[in-house]
Design a protein around this ligand. Structure first.
Ligand code: AMP
Length: 309
């Protein structure tokens, strides 16, 4: 075996990212061994040093990422982006939480699929909440800041008055509103090429919301490239995903690889709401927090929490 030189990359780890393609038994293993003369020839399928290695065009995307200070793709980006950009398009089911860089992965996929000469929705992204939909639209606009012809549109309650046509190239919305927009022909699915479902596990939390997503999918032209992201992959979530994400590449990361460098996630076991509040107050006392966001489940919580920060 001849030796080959492995370039240095800041996110190299000893454990591989493994992606499997189910149904037709192709197995793709991407391993990023630590650079050492002995390990250099191990199962090295792809070396990604910068976004330009995986996103070839348009250059405007790379420029946008560069301005956001994204120089090296995260693991999830280095794995997902080359797969989603393949032609013919392939489907992906990906285990990824907030902090893995998944939003950039599917944003790049959507931006690449859009043909700006055609003024019609071409990418549809469904997320569980309005707040997340707003965030994703803001994020896509930031990455696409040099792609001035790209139009993004929100499809959430209050953003689309009844009867208005949705014409943006990239539409991001919540399950119920997207389903109504499709049903009442406010959103023309004819030219959609890519369908993204983010936080599939949260969508599945409510049967009604999961059904709305499935019904929306039924309106879409087939085949359509489908990407699904979820922090957890219980058999229930996987079955749900496979019901409309056919023949997918399944991408999972090992536990310690889940978050971006610089982001640390911890959890605290709390007995009840009181205890949770006590722990939060304690954290704000011991840590230097310039600014922070606390995500809560019910809308009354922010009012209670204001007093602890
Ligand atoms: P996400 O998992 O998409 O919510 O992203 C988590 C955080 O990582 C966000 O603050 C992103 O702006 C940031 N991020 C995503 N990709 C990169 C990258 N390649 N380099 C630096 N930061 C990134």
């Amino acid at each position: 075996m001849s030796s080959c030189r492995v370039p240095q990359a800041s996110w190299w780890t000893s454990s591989p990212v493994v992606s499997r393609r189910i149904c037709n038994s192709t197995i793709l293993i991407c391993a990023y061994p630590r650079p050492s003369p002995r390990s250099a020839c191990l199962l090295l399928v792809r070396i990604v040093r910068g976004f330009s290695d995986i996103v070839r065009s348009p250059k405007a995307i790379i420029d946008g990422l560069f301005l956001m200070n994204y120089h090296v793709p995260s693991k999830i980006q280095a794995t997902v982006i080359p797969i989603v950009l393949r032609d013919p398009p392939e489907n992906v089911i990906c285990q990824s939480q907030t902090g893995t860089g998944k939003t950039a992965a599917y944003t790049i996929a959507m931006l690449q699929r859009v043909n700006t000469d055609l003024m019609a929705p071409q990418a549809l992204c469904i997320v569980p909440t309005r707040e997340l939909a707003r965030q994703v639209v803001g994020y896509v606009n930031t990455v696409a800041r040099f792609m001035t012809e790209i139009i993004t549109e929100l499809c959430i309650p209050s953003a689309v008055p009844r009867g208005t046509k949705i014409v943006g190239h990239i539409v991001v919305g919540t399950p119920g509103t997207v389903m109504s927009a499709l049903r009442y022909k406010m959103l023309d699915p004819t030219h959609l090429k890519i369908f993204v479902v983010d936080e599939a596990d949260n969508i599945l939390e409510s049967q009604g919301v999961a059904d709305q997503t499935t019904r929306s999918w039924r309106f879409l032209p087939k085949p359509i490239q489908t990407l699904m992201f979820s922090a957890t992959w219980s058999p229930e979530v996987l079955n749900y995903a496979k019901s409309f994400c056919t023949n997918p590449n399944i991408i999972t990361l090992e536990r310690h690889e889940l978050t971006m460098k610089g982001i640390r996630q911890i959890y605290m076991d709390c007995k009840d709401e009181e205890d949770k509040y006590r722990v939060l107050v304690m954290l704000y006392h011991v840590m230097t927090v310039a600014s922070s966001i606390i995500f809560v489940k019910v809308t009354s919580r922010p009012i209670d929490l204001r007093t602890c920060c």
